[in-house]
Design a protein around this ligand. Structure first.
Ligand SMILES: Nc1ncnc2c1ncn2[C@@H]1O[C@H](COP(=O)(O)OP(=O)(O)OP(=O)(O)O)[C@@H](O)[C@H]1O
Ligand SMILES: [Mg+2]
Length: 314
């Protein structure tokens, strides 16, 4: 199945972001305020949000077509440059001067994170931008799966989701949604929705405190949204709720954990490719859990590659 990933084309539509890392050393405290001074050694830029999900698809040898919105600002050039480096098609990145490119800047001194600076923009896109997004989507003919990567930064609107649903129906391809709670009702009838525990809590408006709560949450979401549900639970692994079937729990495989950020994007990329290859949802989830286990063991931001995933299966 993993060897077949290279023949699969997947559209990722959602909120693209730029992750910037500033690495430096700290030798003294500022005379201006009781804060450390970071003397900068180097900076790196990494595609984030929906662009990270797309990077995970290409690292797993699939083809990713990214649709998203950026501002008319310097961060957008960097995001396009870095995204292209990861062999992702960026022709459908729409520049909207009313928006700004979402950016997360992490400042590290001696490998320790000292500060995060967010440039956010949560305004929904206007209808002229919606139209560009929808027409970009309709230009794709031979694709095997469609991914919505919603970080609630404004690209996923009711109108966009309506068009996505009719597009995937006409193409008869699976729709996989990485959700945000506030947009819950727009995901109804998707193939698979993959909230983490916090997002599942937000979607239901109640806490999930134990295994029984997880089961109730998964069954209820699957029923209300008429979709299969995969709840990811960090160090507790994941639980799959297929419509009308008993819950299926998968414990995590990772023993040493270095960096859990972006593990959810690894899960979405892997299940989408596996489903495109005809895997059952259980098979796809087991493989995604395996990929996420490799991801959290990695130091740094590099996504899991197809050879790494293949090697872990032998
Ligand atoms: N601490 C951990 N130990 C082992 N495995 C982990 C850990 N954290 C995450 N994982 C693996 O990664 C998967 C996805 O993680 P998680 O539930 O944290 O997603 P997420 O919150 O959407 O992540 P992100 O938003 O950072 O991409 C889990 O189902 C599990 O397989
Ligand atoms: Mg997530």
């Amino acid at each position: 199945m993993i060897q077949n990933f290279s023949s699969k084309k997947i559209v990722v539509l959602g909120d693209v972001m730029l992750d910037k890392y500033i690495f430096g050393s700290v030798d003294r405290i500022s005379p201006e305020a009781p804060i450390p001074i970071v003397s900068v050694n180097r900076e790196t830029f990494v595609p984030g949000g929906a662009a990270n999900t797309a990077s995970n698809i290409t690292a797993l040898s699939g083809k990713a077509f990214l649709i998203g919105v950026v501002g008319n600002d310097p961060a957008h050039d960097l995001l396009v440059r870095e995204t292209n480096k990861n062999k992702i098609n960026t022709d459908d990145i729409v520049v909207d001067s009313r928006k700004r490119t979402v950016q997360k800047i992490r400042v590290l001194g001696q490998s320790q994170q000292l500060l995060r600076i967010d440039y956010d923009d949560e305004e929904y896109i206007e209808s002229s931008t919606e139209k560009k997004i929808i027409s970009a989507m309709k230009n794709h003919s031979e694709i095997h799966a469609f991914v919505i990567s919603d970080y609630a930064k404004g690209v996923i609107t009711e109108e966009v989701m309506k068009e996505v649903h009719s597009f995937v129906e006409s193409k008869k391809i699976p729709l996989i949604v990485d959700p945000k709670p506030q947009n819950r009702n727009w995901y109804q009838n998707a193939t698979l929705i993959t909230p983490n525990k916090k997002e599942a809590e937000g979607m239901l408006g109640r806490k999930i405190s134990n295994a029984q709560d997880v089961e109730r949450a998964g069954l209820e979401l699957s029923e209300v949204l008429n979709a299969h549900i995969l709840i990811t639970m960090g160090e507790k692994g994941m639980s799959l709720f297929e419509k009308g079937q008993k819950p299926f729990h998968i414990p995590t495989e990772a023993r040493e954990v270095y960096d859990v950020s972006g593990a959810g994007d690894t899960v979405v990329a892997t299940v989408s490719l596996a489903i495109s290859c005809g895997a059952s949802l259980k098979e796809a989830s087991i493989l995604a859990n395996r990929a996420a286990g490799i991801k959290v063991k990695k130091l740094g931001t590099a996504p899991v590659t197809a050879p790494e995933l293949l090697a872990s299966c032998s």
